[in-house]
Write a protein that binds this ligand. Sequence first.
Ligand code: ZN
Length: 316
Amino acid sequence: MAEHVIGIDLGGTETKIGIVQEDGKIIEKRMIPTKVFEGRIAVVTRIGDAIEELLHESGMNSSDVIGIGVGSPGSIDHETGTVLFSPNLPDWSGFGLAAMLEKITGIKTFIENDANSFILGEWAFGEFKGSQHMLGLTLGTGVGGGVITHGMLMTGSMGYGGELGHTIVEPGGPLCGCGSHGCLESLASATAIVNMAREFSKRFPESLIFASPEITAKVVFDSARAGDLAATIVVERATRALATAISNYIHVFNPEHIIIGGGISKAGDLLIDSIQKKMPEYVMPSFNGTFSITLSKLVENAGIKGAASIVFYRIS
Ligand SMILES: [Zn+2]
């Protein structure tokens, strides 16, 4: 029988839970509201109940799964299974999430930061699965990063490593949520793109961006694709920041594959083409042709699959 794990994509608003087969196939899944305001015990208890129901509906019990993987935003101590700090989960600092889930379910539990679980999901189930040298960037509200080098997730001495989103690409640039200025996150996250677009409201009031009832990163990319000048300037600045950061990662890690996921990856070809066009100028000639930059193909259920892959990675 194929091995099964449970993947939990823990989010500030909703939590997705699925039973995942070792080939990445999702047997059963569900989404529940996280309801952070009810407190962490209530949240974890609800997750435990959902796991029990999922197992029951699949005709399985806890001994049929080899582990639970949780992808969580924030800083995670994956050795102890503790949430150290998570902006979306206030009051969870120092919470032994893995221990409590294990107690409720009787199933061994592993936790990783959600950006690390994204790249582990690519390593286990993605287009380039099994590659020993991969790097992942998730472009959403923030910019997450994860690095696999020699087949191992790079964590650094304290486990905080791989924060690719806080590489400084424009010294003195926009203020980042981390307190620094000009981080990749402050120029290429959805939030940053919307902020940069808003700054053009006086200079380019006729821009397509402002014809839309709501300014989102998608509106900015769609407007740029339609030839809008303000949108093109924003996209150019964001993708220059991405190309700068990626060229630095290439020189440090020499990855085979750079995979981009998260909400903004829906911008698709325009995003990738714009980054790729800049690379020959940004990387040393010896690195040309040694790497690929692509969008994640695990768009649907990527969170559940990424979380599930934590178990396969820790147990393999
Ligand atoms: Zn930062």
